[in-house]
Design a protein around this ligand. Structure first.
Ligand code: PMV
Length: 293
């Protein structure tokens, strides 16, 4: 049966989450359809598709992924495909699916966090390492542990803008670590991101878009200090600041996607068109991965 998997965005706390601070991610109303079609053996797959199929002991299928979102946008495509293939073939409960999808993704990348896999599987607003929301599950790997909860909040409109292929997460994380290891200032910034994230979750829960947007702008300015923004990201963020409630890069940075909480949608779209950018006018959703004939 075809699997439908949503893309994900990080609303607050990327990078800071690497140092134990909280983060908030969410699924968005942009779904990819993943279907496994029987075929003769000997097909060529991308690394994470082949890892997932090996894991399941299958080699005689074609994996068809129908999506509008460019891969490498930092919106969780690889996690979606891994979880999608697993869910297509086996009757998982959600926790087990999130865990196994993370293990496979980790084995391909040799690093990473289970934020993407958990968010896509659970759906809705997902807080990592926070004290709010309804506990979901914990995932451990080597000496690290991530605690996840589902934050009850209303869906909000989001415009997601693709600014080009994102920098490799590994490189972006290493870049930020250099700053972090250098001294007090970077640590203070991380601490501030943690505070903003906790405040951001509260504003999500109360639905205060003005405040939420302001906090996103602040979070973006903090991420910029670490050198992970780009010229085009800045252009888009400025459009979001001018005509939206707020805006920030989402995910590892160095390219990838920017999220805007829109106020004047038409104006934002006009400006994005002038820049010839790919964008998606969508919203957050409470729906996680699902199967449907
Ligand atoms: O891979 P992305 O672009 O979704 O970003 C992952 C979030 C980071 O905090 C930058 C890295 C991590 O492993 O948590």
């Amino acid at each position: 049966m075809p699997v439908y998997a949503p893309h994900k965005i990080i609303l607050f706390g990327e990078h800071a989450v690497v140092y134990g601070y909280p983060a908030v991610s969410a699924t968005v109303d942009l779904f990819s359809k993943i279907t496994l079609i029987p075929n003769k053996a000997g097909n060529i797959y991308s690394s994470f598709v082949s890892k997932t199929l090996n894991y399941l002991g299958i080699n005689d299928v074609i994996v068809k992924v129908e999506t509008d979102v460019p891969s490498g946008s930092g919106l969780g495509t690889s996690s979606m495909i891994i979880a999608g293939i697993l869910y297509h073939e086996r009757n998982y409960d959600k926790k087990q699916l999130a865990k196994e999808a993370f293990e496979i993704e980790y084995s391909v990348q040799g690093m990473g966090s289970p934020i993407d896999t958990t968010t896509i599987v659970a759906g809705g607003y997902v807080m990592t390492n926070g004290n709010l929301g309804i506990p979901l599950w914990e995932i451990e790997k080597n000496d690290k542990r991530w605690r996840f909860s589902n934050v009850p909040a209303k869906e909000i409109d989001v415009i997601i803008v693709y600014t080009g292929p994102k920098g490799s997460t590994r490189e972006q994380v290493a870049k930020v670590r250099k700053f972090y290891d250098r001294g007090r200032f970077a640590r203070d910034v991380m601490e501030e991101i943690g505070t903003i994230t906790n405040e951001g979750v509260k504003q999500l829960m109360t639905g205060n878009l003005e405040k939420l947007g302001e906090l996103m702008n602040e979070n973006h300015s903090q991420l910029k200090i670490f050198g992970i923004s780009t010229e085009i990201i800045e252009k888009v963020v400025n459009i979001g600041r001018e005509y939206g409630y707020g805006s920030k890069l989402t995910g590892a940075g160095g390219g990838g996607a920017v999220i805007i909480i829109p106020k004047d949608k038409d104006k934002i779209i006009k400006k994005l068109k002038e820049l010839n950018l790919i964008y998606f006018v969508t919203s957050t959703t409470n729906v996680g991965i699902f199967r449907r004939p």
